[in-house]
Design a protein around this ligand. Sequence first.
Ligand SMILES: Nc1ncnc2c1ncn2[C@@H]1O[C@H](COP(=O)(O)OP(=O)(O)OP(=O)(O)O)[C@@H](O)[C@H]1O
Length: 362
Amino acid sequence: MGQVTLRGIRKRYGDHEVIQGIDLDVRDGEFMVFVGPSGCGKSTTLRMIAGLEEISGGDLLIDGARANDLRPADRGAAMVFQSYALYPHMTVAENMGFALKMAGVSRAERDEQVRRTAEILRITDLLQRTPKQLSGGQRQRVAIGRAIVRKPKVFLFDEPLSNLDAALRVDMRIELTRLHQQLGTTMIYVTHDQVEAMTMGDRIAVFNQGRIEQLGAPMDLYHRPANAFVAGFLGAPRINFIERPAAHAPGAARRLWEALGGAARPAAARLGLRPEHLQLAAGHDESAVPATVVLAEHLGDVSILHLRVDGIAELLTAKLPAGAGALHDGDTVGLIASAEHALGFDAESRALDARPAVPVAA
Ligand SMILES: Nc1ncnc2c1ncn2[C@@H]1O[C@H](COP(=O)(O)OP(=O)(O)OP(=O)(O)O)[C@@H](O)[C@H]1O
């Protein structure tokens, strides 16, 4: 079992409360991602679960038993750090077997565990090397291996891929997902990378300023964000926010607001529209909203257009199939937007058809 429950968890540094009462149920076998901007408290929360930070208030339960005061080694949790934290003078095999040695496990048993773990991670041919003879990706595998041999109830990952280059991150992301499927062990994974969050998590907890803004399955958060913060954090390019135009605003801004159904939603202070939901009119179209291409980024499979609409302060972003590749900076286009995909937010940035901000799982 590997069930982790947080009840009103708080963390104070002096007078500064950096975690302001977190309630969360991580299910046995779940891949839970903590995501959020820098400084939002996701690492601190993970470190409190690991036992590396004292808990200032609330209860931490692991498999139903209070764990606030347990030593890190007694919690059944194994942490993998961004910095790998390998022992430089030990071989890979020794690094991986070290915790077992400390626990008094016999040599034969240790060797067998290390051998099996190395197979899972495909690092058998590296076992006799030292860390400095390894690439970043290989070191990260060893660090994960060191956690696996301990057979923890829960793995805790603190931005484990952020020291790797972009291509390797993608590979390791897939490997970790595969590993989770293979082991079936609970994993809690901290990242500020929303692509990692979206692709790896069974559920995502979006952190902001020491609280959880929303908890849910990736697609749920993407399509039904509880508030503008979550809508803006998930999705690349970022969602477009369109403010309610003033009565004297230019015609283009008012037409866009109408096309998006803003007029029918009196409580909406602004609307959100994902870049993939802005389209270009094929030819002349009375209903299209005129816009100017400020920057066209052609990425091969898609083109990203940054567009200015008269009366809208921020540039709008459109994500189009590569067929729109003929467009250039300075071109004038007609935008087609429909109310169907527009998300409404009130003056407090709450989604208009919102559910509770943090639906705590049973
Ligand atoms: N030892 C400490 N003493 C005082 N304040 C701290 C300490 N450690 C963290 N903080 C503060 O707690 C808040 C949360 O930090 P934390 O590292 O958990 O954020 P994070 O979301 O993991 O950010 P990042 O992605 O940058 O690591 C920050 O405001 C940070 O400055």
